[in-house]
Design a protein around this ligand. Sequence first.
Ligand SMILES: [Fe+2]
Length: 111
Amino acid sequence: SFSVVALVWLPGQETAIHDHVSWCVAGVHEGAESEIRYRLAPAIAPGSSARLVATEEVVNGQGDVCGFAPPGDIHKVRNSCRTKAISLHVYGADVSRLGSSVRRVYPEPTG
Ligand SMILES: [Fe+2]
């Protein structure tokens, strides 16, 4: 019913913008991870589509812990330090059975 995943990030390595299949608690073991959080803003005109708006950027260093639970869990994560970063993630789902903790991937916002 849950999974523990260790992620090793090279300097500058990053994810796409995504959300998740379940809650997650993550702790940084080594290095630093930057996280940009987004919200999905409704369409502003008929015929247009919802758009991503960046809401905050958080840098988690060694020993920091963060967490989230859907909905409202859209983010992008990046190794923002000059060395490798290692983090431990606990997900509330069987990631090995699902193949991924990612529910959806979003295109980068423009403009
Ligand atoms: Fe994520």
